[in-house]
Structure formats: C-alpha cells, structure tokens
Design a binder for this molecule. Structure first.
Ligand code: KE4
Length: 429
C-alpha cells in the first residue's frame, strides 16, 4: 500500500510538532509504522493523502457516532460559521444545547460547557474539592480522564503507548492527593476510602473503562461506588466523555441505572468540534463561578459553531433512540464473527463489548481491570493492527483503547472486517 505522502508529511511534521502529532496515541508508537494523514472522511470511510480508503472503527475516538460528514451537522456548522465563528459572549445555542443535555441526562440539572474532556474532568474535581472542602480524589488504575495533573497516575489510553502510565511534571504535592484502586475491586476501593476517612472529595470513574481497552463494570461495582460515596458524603463523578450519548441517550448511567452527582462529557456532544462539559446536581453546580466561589472559565467555551454542531448531533440521537439498537447489532455482528473465527481456529482471545464499544484482547484471561488488560500480547496486537490497516480497516493504534462504531457501518463493512480478521488469523498461524 502506497503511503508515501503520509510519510513525507510525518517527516515534515516532526520538525515542528513534538513527535509529529498533536496527540500521542496518534503516533502509532505501540503498533509500529508511521501514522497516516487523512484528507477527507464520509460516512464510515476515511481517505488518506495517498488515495487509500479505510473503514473507520475509531470515529475520531468517539465523536463521529453518526458517521463522517453528517449532513445535518455540516449544515449547522456552515450556518453558524457564517453568522460568526465566535462572540465571546452568550448566544442562543448555548441555552439550547444545555437544555437538551439536561433533558437527555436526568442526573444533570445544570451544565457548564468547556472545550475538551480534560477541561471537564479537571473542573469537576476542582468543584468537588471546593464543595466538600476536602483534597483527595480516588481514581481507578487504567482509567483515563484526560491529561490533567491529578489524573496522570496509573492512567490508561495514550499514556500506556509510552510504556509508562505516569508522567514527569506531575508534582509529589499533586500526586499525594490522588488515591488509586483497581477497577472492579469494591473491597480495595472501600479500604482506600476508609484509610482516608473524611479526606476524599470525589471518586471519579469511567462507568465502562474505555482506556485500557473496553472493560465492563462487574455487577454491583458501580452500585457499590454509589453506596460508599453516600455513606462518606463523597461526590461520585461519572466520566462519560466516552460513554456519554454513546451507550444510550443517557449514557452509561442510564444503562447501569446508577446516578452520579457530577457527569463529565465530551466527544459526541461536540459533533466533531472541540467541546467538553461537566454537569450534575444543581446544589453542586451552583458552586461554580460566577454563581459560586469555584472558579472556571474559557475564552471559547460555548462557542457558537461547536454548540450548533453538538446540538445537531444530539438532536438526531435524541429523536431516533433506535440508533442505539442498530449500533449494538452492528457491534454484535462483528464480535460474533470474531468469536466464530477464533473458535474455528481453537484460539481463545478475549472480546469485551457493550453497545457500540468493543475490544479484542490478545490474552486468554478475562479482562476486568488494568492488571488483566496488561497481560495482553501487544506485539501480536501490533501485527493485527498493521494487517487490518493494509486491508483497509482503521483500528485504534493501541491495545489499550476501545473501538467506536458509527451508524454508517453496514453489513458490507462488517463482512469485510470479519473476513480481514479471519485472513489475519490464517496468515499468523
Ligand atoms: P479530551 O481532553 O481528549 O477531549 O478528553 C479526555 C478524556 C477524558 N475522559 C475519558 C474517559 C476519555 O476517554 C478522554 C479522552 N479519550 C482519548 C481516547 N482514549 C482521546 C484520544 C487522545 O488522547 O488522542
């Protein structure tokens, strides 16, 4: 496959951009080879600089749930940009989008727009600390909540492609206020909270782990977090940057019927534009400036173009909830095809799937936390990734990421994905 133009662009990029990319996981560091540069995307397909076509199973890491170049979203963006790309002052679409989010996610009574998932989670823990007057935050090993200092401890996602889950530059002072527990381990979680009685402001969790690969909560895990937070007056934050509006209209909290105090959002709510948000109980959110004392601000927060794109996307999801059954069925077609292929070849790699998120783990262990995710053969994953890329299937360039499907994937694409996987298994015997 000719990827010369991508290679040229990558070499140029490395002169001006650290690592040649604007986000580390894009650099293909853990899968080998050089990143592709894309010129266009439409529906379920990406088109690179050398004219190659790929079925997109990342969808910009979640946002493009309705596929690329969705007409309604494009028209909304074009209309908004003509009126003005930015006012730096309130505009109607901020109110419309806030109303829609509070309607789709009942636990969100008030919501503040920001520009990324990282901003959302950073703001949410500052708010939790300000509201409770406590300092510590408990996160789970392998969960990723963006690149805020407090979270770059045993982080998943891109941090794992660098081979280290932590980061230089995070001070001891910050790290001491971040407590850790293994995902899906209520006993250890309760122990850590008991050892820090009265000091924990918040527990933050991805209701479905998406940054160590797709890892589902074990029955009772999320309910247990709700209970221990209630007993200790700790704020429960669901980081739904990935799962929000992806697993259901109301996100993971709707699927698992557990109500957090604060929810962080991103990705899908921007329709492809840079948007994040945090919201929740009104009594907590009223602590946010200028209503309350916890400061948080942003030049482009509530940007009219981003609000228009997000509103156009969420409105379609809100009006057509059958989309979630369609996405789940598409994911089932792929994962059932994979399982059949593995069974036929007496291979027992692990597959985790929920809604339109799934991961193939090159391990025979049940993957329920960071430890078991790290037992994967990442070399094997690398050859799988490269083989599928050659066959025109664009996977997440890391074993420690989930895949995300869009509504534009049809039986034609799922057949191609499964047949490519079968060919990979046969060539790698
Ligand atoms: P952003 O700051 O990248 O918009 O959001 C950070 C974030 C927060 N919370 C969760 C659960 C997330 O998954 C993310 C970002 N996800 C990664 C993909 N695993 C973004 C991809 C990247 O870093 O380039």
């Amino acid at each position: 496959m000719n990827i010369n133009t991508s290679k040229e662009l990558f070499n140029r990029a490395k002169n001006y951009i650290p690592g040649g990319v604007n986000s580390p996981v894009r650099a293909f560091k853990s899968v080998g080879g050089d990143p592709l540069f894309f010129v266009r995307a439409e529906g379920a397909y990406l088109y690179d600089e050398d004219g190659n076509t790929y079925i997109d199973l990342i969808n910009s890491w979640g946002p493009m749930i309705l596929g690329h170049a969705n007409k309604e979203i494009e028209e909304a963006i074009i209309k908004a940009v003509i009126d003005s790309p930015s006012f730096g002052a309130p505009s109607r679409m901020e109110v419309e989008l806030a109303e829609l989010i509070t309607d789709m996610v009942p636990s969100i009574e008030k919501v503040r727009m920001v520009n990324s998932g990282t901003e959302a989670t950073m703001s949410a823990i500052r708010l939790a600390r300000g509201f409770t007057k406590r300092n510590k935050v408990l996160k789970f090993e392998g969960c990723y909540h963006g690149h805020g200092d407090s979270f770059l401890i045993a982080a998943g996602s891109g941090a794992m492609t660098m081979g280290v889950p932590d980061s230089p530059g995070v001070t001891e002072g910050t790290a001491k206020d971040t407590l850790l527990a293994p995902f899906n381990n209520p006993g250890k979680t309760n122990e850590v909270i008991a050892d820090n009685k009265g000091e924990v402001a918040a527990v933050i969790v991805e209701p479905v782990g998406g940054n160590m690969g797709c890892v589902l909560p074990e029955p009772g895990f999320l309910e247990g977090l709700r209970k221990v937070c209630d007993e200790n007056e700790i704020i429960l934050i669901f980081d739904e940057v990935m799962t929000g509006f992806r697993l259901a209209k109301g996100g993971g909290q709707e699927v698992f019927n557990v109500k957090p105090d604060i929810t962080t959002l991103g990705k899908i709510i921007g329709g492809g534009m840079p948007v994040g948000a945090y919201g929740g109980r009104a009594d907590i959110m009223d602590y946010v400036s200028p209503q309350g004392p916890v400061y948080q601000a942003g030049t482009l927060s509530g940007n009219p173009v981003a609000m228009a794109a997000g509103f156009a996307q969420l409105s379609q999801l809100n009006e057509h909830p059958k989309i979630y059954d369609q996405l789940n069925n598409t994911a089932k077609r792929i994962t059932e095809g994979y399982k059949k292929a593995l069974k036929k070849r007496k291979l027992n790699y692990t597959i985790n799937q929920i809604g339109s998120m799934f991961s193939l783990f090159f391990t025979d262990k049940k993957v329920t936390n960071f430890e078991t995710a790290k037992s994967c053969d990442t070399e094997k994953f690398g050859s799988y990734f490269r083989f599928m890329l050659e066959r025109g299937v664009y996977l997440a360039p890391s074993q420690f990421e989930s895949l995300f499907l869009c509504t534009e994937i049809t039986k034609e694409e799922t057949n191609k994905i499964v047949s490519s996987f079968e060919a990979f298994l046969d060539q790698s015997k």
